[in-house]
Structures are given as C-alpha cells and as structure tokens.
Design a protein around this ligand. Sequence first.
Ligand SMILES: [Zn+2]
Length: 129
Amino acid sequence: MDEADDRLTPLRERVEPAWERYWWNCGDGWVDLLVRLAEDLSTISANWTLSQVKSKFGSLDFYASPHADDPDVQQRFDARVREAQTEASSTCETCGTPGVLRIEPESGWYLTLCQTHADQIGTETWKRS
Ligand SMILES: [Zn+2]
C-alpha cells in the first residue's frame, strides 16, 4: 500500500527524517496491528522514533527506538514490538484475516497469507523440514 495513506499517520509521524522515503514496505493486512502497536509504543515512550517497517521472509521487521535511558522502558518497548511480530506471523499480509507462513514455489518467496490470497498467487503452505 501507499506510505502516504492516512491510516498510517500514527506511524508516519514517528519516522526519522533520514528514512522518510524508505520507511514503509508492507501489505494492507498488517496496518491495523501496526497502528495499535504505534499507539501502545506512544504510551510506553513519548519520544519513540521509527526507521523502517517491512515484511521480510513473511515476517514483520520493525526498526524503532524508544530513546529512553531507562532499561525498563526499553524492555517494555521491545516486548510490545515482539508481541506485534507474533501477531503478524499469523495475520494475512494482504487482508488482515488469519494467515500462515507460505512459500511461492517458483520464486522461493515467503509470505504470510490467508487461504484465499494463497490460492490467488499459488503458494504452498511452508513446512519446517
Ligand atoms: Zn488474505
């Protein structure tokens, strides 16, 4: 989706200037969980900043800093980010309904998708061997 989308405002307003053009590379399906994450991070640290949010190998990468000297704040911040990553790992990147990690056989690309979106692009469920 377009990083200028209004729904992304709670995230975009945290982006560090150096990352303005490169910060977003995610599907629509994760927007809701990311907006909730941004709101919670703001209650943990008023000064947090974001450098990048992306889908990588079907997982959520979220690079952010609380800018806090307090190790307790850092710990709560990191824990909340991990919670969002866990949530993303079972959420379709395209539509936000429950999904699982899959692989596109031809490209070897990993994506977290629901059955409908997996069928559309012909992925197979990824199994740990
Ligand atoms: Zn879907």
